[in-house]
Design a protein around this ligand. Sequence first.
Ligand code: KG4
Length: 370
Amino acid sequence: MCLRSAYAIDNAGIEVLLYMRKEDLIILSIETSCDETAVAVTRNGREILADELISQVDLHALYGGVVPELASRNHAAHIGRLAELAMTNAGIRRNDIDAIAVTYAPGLIGALLVGVNFAKGLALALDVPLVPVHHIRGHIAANYIAYPELEPPFLCCIVSGGNSVIADIRDYTDIRIIGRSRDDAAGECFDKVARILGLGYPGGAALDKLAQSGGDEMRYSLPRPHIEGRPYDMSFSGLKTAIINIVHNAEQRSEDLDKASLAASFAAAVSEILVPRVMAAAVECDRSKIAIAGGVAANTRIRADFLSAAQSGERMLYIPPLRLCGDNAAMIGCQGYYEFLAGVRADMSLNAYATMDVGDSAPFVSSAIR
Ligand code: KG4
């Protein structure tokens, strides 16, 4: 049974949700918020049937960063083929799809619009519900895929190329922001520092590798800023400026730069900004479980520091495997499932938003069933 025949009127004239009786809920999900075109098929939120991705990273690396126009054009070129591939690899036909989930915010507006419009077309053609998903909620949900036993409430630290947020996950769709970066996102800072050190774009992983190559993290002194009156907010732009100054000073004095030590000092500083805040927020919110999410959650130093802090604080730690840390569509399908169950739907006026709080939803998104 598929969803388009899932509604009936009972004897009292009340609409009955027949889809609740359906055994499996198959969601096709789409993610195009930045430079990865991704389509996945998931069953009942947590089971991945297909997870397809085309990364544009090599293309944008030529320009030292993401070129929004090129990202949108490439999404448009690949998304149809990727959706067909996802269905083939999942072993499903079009009429097996019960709902379409799509990232609609935050991200590059043109890139998001490609995914949103493709999703609208597909939902319209298949006559199935359209479920809008916030990108950061998707990153949080990567943990549900990695850990089938994980359920809210828990505290989550989301650190990606565009966002650095500490959030209290009170329920699957009830999310409260505890702290956030006041300026650069942690990943953005990793990428900028990597560029200064000549490591290319995106440089987070390369910087991580360099930091692990035997550098001395005490060699360079870097700031760990605190924001007065906002204990869980973070700031990373001063770190970047400090690195620029160290590099320029070394150049002016014709001194050799110890890049491995600078990378290790930088990773330690980012970790020491993040980890204590997350642990303190877990205590304040009385959460025994902590999860991390987003591309920067792949960082070796940050993972290790979270692990030892969680052990000494006697809290459970959830870290998704590397493949689920970066952008992907499976996480959008997983969160889409919980949004669907909560009754979140969009109509054909769904738009894309460059910025939006993870706790908010678009004003027109209906949370009524149907
Ligand atoms: O989550 P993601 O794939 O995309 C966004 O939603 O932004 O995160 C990408 C970010 C980039 O800034 C990248 O440099 C960073 O994650 N990143 C890392 C590592 N791997 C990826 N940063 C630090 N260490 C890593 N190992």
